[in-house]
Design a protein around this ligand. Structure first.
Ligand code: PEP
Length: 251
């Protein structure tokens, strides 16, 4: 099964109008539509409108970094899935490790957000991954399996027709430590096998991204693995040159 690679840039809490404009213009100038790879950016909420105005009608898509599970109401400071859809978002990250660790999002919270994303027509990118301690304790598959089960139990396997998974070992995010292509492939294969026991076709078509210090030098080998279908990129998505090097590796 040939799955189209997705190169997704999570800008986290970085940026300004000037930076967003120049980065997006750089990406538009330095990339073109490619049959083998999709390109997407995840700016902070205040820049979604600017992002939509610059990227509308182009080959680059965009998404939100999180969403509130409620449809609307008294949730000051929060953003709903329908608001993201209204800003032209195609995707939304759900369960990023920083949301899980800093903002205490539990597996149940993550499942609610995943469902809210689907209900509002967004494609959730479900982030899963173990900490260094969990890896050293031989718990990687148990942790990733538990994080997946919470979502599957809530929305069912069919929901993965319209979703993406990102395997992001917490110890590799923003640390400069990358999982080796073999380490990453082994967890990706575990994820696909697990889902394949529920639905072979959905599991085969599902895109599973790797995240954790992806850059222009390691991307080719990572993307060459049979179960790695792209990258969720933090640091290296903040400059057009670095991010485009990863997109070229995919294309
Ligand atoms: C991320 O933010 O999801 C990420 C993987 O960051 P980095 O590429 O900087 O490790």
């Amino acid at each position: 099964m040939m799955r189209k690679i997705l190169v997704a840039g999570n800008w986290k809490m970085h940026g300004s109008k000037t930076m967003v404009r120049s980065l997006l213009e750089g990406l538009l100038k330095g990339s073109s539509m490619n049959g083998n790879a999709d390109l997407a950016v995840f700016p902070s909420f205040p820049y979604l409108s600017l992002t939509e105005s610059i990227l509308s009608g182009s080959h680059i898509q965009w998404g939100g970094q999180t969403l509130n599970p409620n449809a609307q109401g008294a949730h000051s400071g929060e953003t709903s899935g329908s608001m993201l859809a209204d800003m032209g978002c195609r995707y939304v990250l759900v369960g990023h490790s920083e949301r899980r660790s800093i903002y205490a999002e539990s597996d149940v919270d993550v499942a609610l957000r995943f469902k809210a994303a689907l209900d509002t027509g967004l494609e959730p990118v479900l982030c899963v991954g173990e900490t260094q301690e969990e890896r050293e304790g031989g718990q990687t598959e148990a942790v990733v399996g538990r994080q997946l089960d919470a979502v599957i139990g809530s929305v069912g396997m069919d929901a993965f027709n319209h979703a993406i998974i990102a395997y992001e070992p917490v110890w590799a995010i923003g640390t400069g430590l990358t999982a080796t292509p073999q380490q990453a492939q082994s967890v990706h294969a575990f994820i696909r096998d697990k889902l394949s026991s529920l639905d072979v076709i959905i599991s085969d078509q599902l895109r599973i991204l790797y995240g954790g210090s992806v850059n222009g030098s390691n991307a080719v080998e990572l993307f060459a693995q049979s179960d790695i279908d792209g990258g969720l990129v933090g640091g290296a998505s903040l400059t057009a040159e670095d991010f485009l090097a990863i997109y070229s590796a995919a294309a």
